[in-house]
Write a protein that binds this ligand. Structure first.
Ligand SMILES: Cc1cc2nc3c(=O)[nH]c(=O)nc-3n(C[C@H](O)[C@H](O)[C@H](O)COP(=O)(O)O)c2cc1C
Length: 230
């Protein structure tokens, strides 16, 4: 049995498991990234019903921001932590435990202000933690950080209002979402990244409908391919 950790980051809702309907109703905007991620999970589960799906809607229920006391607690050796420090790190412990159990990480995210939503950044800040997900050793010279976990696959599904964010696109340099998530994924123990992008939401035209159709189709193909390789 494998485990799939599914993180949805859009603040928009996804009204159920009817992705094609969401496609018909594009002007009444519901989360596209959540719809495409739901399609991935549906096809994955059809292939691998025995697998565990761990789900978090961090757009709806964002993790708290880290604070000075949180950082002090994280850098205090475990055996010296006070009760208060332990409880400050409880959410981080839970999120890291979910990550640790996952073979596949599915992150769906909108593009907000050319990057990731604050809720997703808050999740990364809670999860990428010293001696839990990475070690730090100056003996390693200019690259002192190393991930602790390994062998994970990341499926990143994004949706943007504009377009041209992929390699060679007219807004490639403005894309701080995919590249940022890819950089951080190294510290989650990710060794393979697969990305699906829907674009053009703000235009609401045929290009958008095509882009969403394409993303839904890619989500099915990718789910079947990855599920078959497990
Ligand atoms: C607060 C906010 C900021 C946004 N910033 C951008 C942006 O910088 N670039 C862009 O292409 N689209 C931007 N959009 C449009 C969203 O990326 C687009 O609506 C996308 O479909 C949202 O994903 P979702 O449908 O999964 O919620 C923004 C939307 C919101 C609500």
């Amino acid at each position: 049995m494998k485990a799939l950790l599914h993180i949805d980051a859009s603040a928009q809702q996804f009204g159920g498991n009817h992705a094609p309907k969401a496609l018909e109703n594009i002007p009444r905007h519901t989360s596209i990234s959540k719809a495409v991620a739901a399609s991935f999970v549906r096809h994955w589960s059809l292939q691998r019903p025995q697998d565990k799906i761990i789900y978090r809607d961090i757009g709806f229920n964002p993790p708290c921001l880290i604070s000075q006391t949180w950082i002090t607690a994280a850098f205090t050796p475990e055996e010296q932590r006070s009760e208060n420090q332990r409880s400050l790190l409880a959410l981080s412990d839970t999120l890291i435990n979910e990550l640790d159990r996952a073979d596949i990480i599915l992150i769906s995210s909108p593009m907000y202000n050319y990057g990731m939503p604050a809720a997703l950044k808050a999740w990364f800040d809670q999860v990428i933690r010293i001696n839990k997900t990475f070690t730090f050793d100056l003996a390693r010279g200019d690259h002192p950080l190393e991930p602790i976990m390994s062998g994970k696959i990341l499926v990143l599904i994004t949706s943007a209002g504009e377009f041209g964010f992929a390699k060679g696109g007219i807004r490639e340099k403005m894309n701080h979402l995919g590249p940022h998530v890819r950089t951080l994924s190294h510290y989650l123990g990710v060794e393979q990244v697969c990305e699906i992008n829907a674009e053009f939401q703000e235009f609401g035209d045929e290009r958008h409908r095509d882009s969403v159709r394409q993303a839904l189709s890619e989500s099915k193909t990718l789910a079947l391919k990855l599920a078959g390789n497990q």
